[in-house]
Write a protein that binds this ligand. Sequence first.
Ligand SMILES: CC(=O)[C@@H](O)[C@H](O)COP(=O)(O)O
Ligand SMILES: NCC(=O)COP(=O)(O)O
Length: 242
Amino acid sequence: MTQLSVNINKIATLRNARGGNNPNILQVALDAERFGAQGITVHPRPDERHIRYQDVHDLKPALSTEFNIEGYPDRRFLDLIKAVRPAQTTLVPDPPHVLTSNTGWDTIEHQSMLRDIVAELHSYGTRVSIFINPEPHYFEPAKACGADRVELYTGPYAEQFHQDSEAAVAPYVEVGLLAKSLDLGLNAGHDLDLHNLAFLKARIPHLLEVSIGHALICDALYFGLENTIQMYRRQLELDPIA
Ligand SMILES: CC(=O)[C@@H](O)[C@H](O)COP(=O)(O)O
Ligand SMILES: NCC(=O)COP(=O)(O)O
């Protein structure tokens, strides 16, 4: 079964637009869980333009599903993980002012740094996932770093999906099998939506988790949060597409 982790960064973006506490992040996260989210994802960035470090501290004791914290592992981020101890930490190589995540780790170049960081994070009792492009040469080094899982960066898949869905998914299927052979758990995320999700899941049935924020929150404007979360859950439960 593939778990749906709802990324609530966009809720924080909306809240921050007026400086108050509307919408209330904590309430939205609890409602998302009640509506069927199987995890909550946040990606605090150094400028705290959406989720703030304090939000992360406030969320942890309230949540009853898996908490996934994504981010670049600078000292402040590592100390946050040490304090909060989420179920999963996803390491993302974003520089400070990037608009949004746009690539995975070069696990060859950053092998020794990642190995040290994964070991430190394991000492805090968190599962560690590494955000990664669908390129086979990065997978054995990711395993050698000690990662429990990898999260496939699905931005390029989403971009190509409408032109040629088979070509778009092919590299992901290949590395999905490679991850399985290396005993690396498999997550996926970035720009997944109601159009491209079921196809990805059908081609990579052993996906353990997808984290979805931007499109899901946009859809919730039209369908409501409860309906939307249920719609995404159903995409993950459809029979395989021929
Ligand atoms: C790693 C990843 O793909 C997500 O965390 C995504 O980047 C969301 O971050 P933003 O909400 O800042 O765009
Ligand atoms: N890890 C991906 C994530 O949390 C959400 O990405 P997006 O759906 O906001 O593009």
